[in-house]
Structure formats: structure tokens, C-alpha cells
Write a protein that binds this ligand. Structure first.
Ligand code: CDT
Length: 312
């Protein structure tokens, strides 16, 4: 039986502060319908797709930013997306901010992606593991990247799910820069990794990296795909959002590390590739046969320490 999953990377251009969720959901549905015309089984949206990238602003009272978070999924604003996807028989992956209130009254703020199957059922919700940027206001920056103020790091790590006829994992933006993200999923047999991102082109701590944003984006996802024998789908929200220019270059990577399809614009655009999940075995069954070749007994530093410790 064929295990071809036709995937659409649904890149978004900017979502400005003034844009309503209803307007954004209309754009998501337009991309979904393009996906239907292209024969997609799965459409993948970016990180924090429903709102502008609000961590670029610092607020003293975090609760004044609560309107950027969803408190349930689906909800009133996203119900039309869920309904249209189920009607079309297309699954999707949606990034958004989640404000969770536990029975004991404590509140938790997460940066998440929810994966939905073709019948409309929720497969799982992934919480971002690596939270970049800063915790406090840094007024000397041209814009903030206060994700560490707005989001807790996931305590759950990288799970995978049986969905779309294969093994699917998720990661969010900064997670894609860390080899551990891919390897954790690789060791659970992942075949398709879905990753939304918002990557400002300007990196205040080291602006010499600005011109390399596109290169680094391709570098990490191509290497992660190849070294773990998996497809990787990277989906941007990019363009100039509230004056901040962010990387686009959404792309779909094969287990060979090759780019199968890449966005050509800096706006809403669907990038489509047929992903034959059996291609993964050509890598995980040969050169990257983990069971045969990995040496976890000598990888002792990997889980026993956080920072690097050079010799004295
Ligand atoms: N959203 C996100 O994680 N963005 C980061 C920006 C760099 S850290 C300021 C990224 O890794 O692309």
C-alpha cells in the first residue's frame, strides 16, 4: 500500500496587530482550499499563526497580553477552519499561543502546534521545547524577542504520533536549530516532522548572522532530515510584520536532505510536495540504522549536562 502523503506548507505573509482572527482564519481557509485543489492530505501552518508575533513587545503586566492566547482549541474563531478541513477531508497542523488554566487555578502559557487528522479528530498538541530570546525588557533592542517572558518551556519533550499512515512529530521554530529535537523524534521512528516558524532577519545579539538567516534555516532542516531519515516541513510566517522583517523560505525536505519544494514569495503561498514515507527506510535501514550503528554508551555528555565543559 502506498504511503504517499501530499503535504502543503502553508506559508503566511505578515499578520498585523490590526488583523482579526476572523480575517486570519479566512486566509488559512483560502490556503486549505488551494491544498484541496493540489491533492493535499495535510496542510501545515506556521508558528503563532492566528496573531501577530506579539513577543516583539514587552508589557509589564503579562495578563494584558492574554488576548493573544487561545484558551481552547477548536474555539469560535477557528471552528470554520476545522469545519472546512473536515468537509474537504484534509488534515492540518496549526501553531498558536495557548493559555491553560489548571483545576488548581494556576495558569500556564505555551507556544503550541495542534495536529488534526483528515476526519477532524485532534491527533495531539505539541508544546515548544526550546524557548529563545529573553525574559526581561531589553529596551536597547530595535524590537523585543521576549518569548522567555511569554512562554514556559515544555516539560514533555518531543513525542511522535501515528497519523497520516506514518509516524509524525512536531517542533516549533527555535527547536529546528537543535539536533536533539530531531534525534529525540528519530529514536521514536519519526517519518514526517512539522515545524512552523517566525524568524526575524535581524538578530540583535549578533547582527553578523542577519545575512545568514536563510542559509541557517536550510542548513538545520536539511541536516536534521538527512541524519534522521525523515521528511521535514518548515513553514514560515514572514515578510514585514509590524515593521519587523522576517524570513520566509518555507520548504519541504526529503530524508535525503534535498529540498523538494520551496516558497518563492514573501506572502501567503502554498508549497506542495508528495512525501513517500517509505523513502525514510532507505536511510534508517542503511547508513542510519540506529540499532546497528549508534553508540549511546559513549554519548554520556548528551543527557548528563546542559552547557559545555571544556577541559581545565
Ligand atoms: N520564534 C522563534 O523561535 N524565533 C527564533 C528567533 C531567534 S532567537 C531571537 C528562531 O530560532 O528562529
Amino acid at each position: 500500500m502506498s504511503r504517499i502523503v501530499t503535504v502543503g506548507a502553508a506559508q503566511l505573509g505578515p499578520v498585523q496587530l490590526a488583523h482579526t482572527r476572523a480575517e486570519v482564519v479566512e486566509r488559512l481557509i483560502a490556503l486549505l482550499r488551494q491544498g484541496a485543489d493540489a491533492g493535499c492530505d495535510l496542510v501545515v501552518y506556521p508558528e503563532l499563526a492566528l496573531t501577530t508575533f506579539f513577543p516583539r513587545w514587552f508589557v509589564e503586566d503579562i495578563s494584558t497580553a492574554d488576548h493573544f492566547y487561545e484558551t481552547s482549541m477548536p474555539n469560535e474563531a477557528t471552528a470554520p477552519l476545522f469545519a472546512e478541513a473536515a468537509r474537504l477531508g484534509i488534515g492540518f497542523c496549526l501553531g498558536y499561543a495557548l493559555l491553560e488554566t489548571l483545576p488548581d487555578g494556576t495558569q500556564h502559557r505555551w507556544n503550541v502546534q495542534t495536529l488534526v487528522e483528515r476526519d477532524g479528530s485532534i491527533v495531539g498538541t505539541f508544546k515548544k521545547v526550546h524557548i529563545p530570546g529573553h525574559e526581561h525588557h531589553e529596551p536597547d533592542r530595535p524590537f523585543q524577542h521576549a518569548e522567555r517572558y511569554y512562554f514556559e518551556p515544555s516539560p514533555d519533550g518531543f513525542g511522535v504520533w501515528r497519523a497520516f499512515g506514518g509516524v509524525v512529530g512536531m517542533m516549533i521554530c527555535n527547536d529546528r536549530r537543535w539536533p536533539e529535537s530531531y534525534r529525540e523524534m528519530g529514536l521514536q521512528g519519526v517519518e514526517l516532522i512539522l515545524c512552523g516558524y517566525n524568524t526575524p532577519k535581524h538578530y540583535a545579539p549578533d547582527p553578523s548572522q542577519d545575512r545568514l538567516q536563510g542559509f541557517h534555516n536550510t542548513l538545520v532542516m536539511s541536516a536534521g532530515a538527512y541524519q534522521n531519515g525523515t521528511f521535514v516541513v518548515g513553514v514560515a510566517k514572514g515578510g514585514v510584520e509590524e515593521g519587523v522583517d522576517s524570513l520566509c523560505e518555507s520548504a519541504i525536505f526529503a530524508p535525503s536532505g534535498e529540498v523538494l519544494a520551496r516558497a518563492r514569495t514573501e506572502g501567503d503561498e502554498l508549497v506542495v510536495a508528495e512525501c513517500d514515507l517509505d523513502w525514510c527506510r532507505q536511510y534508517t535501514g542503511t547508513l542510519f540504522d540506529f540499532e546497528r550503528y549508534r553508540r549511546p554508551e559513549v554519548y554520556t555528555h548528551l543527557t548528563s549536562q546542559r552547557g559545555s565543559t571544556p577541559p581545565a
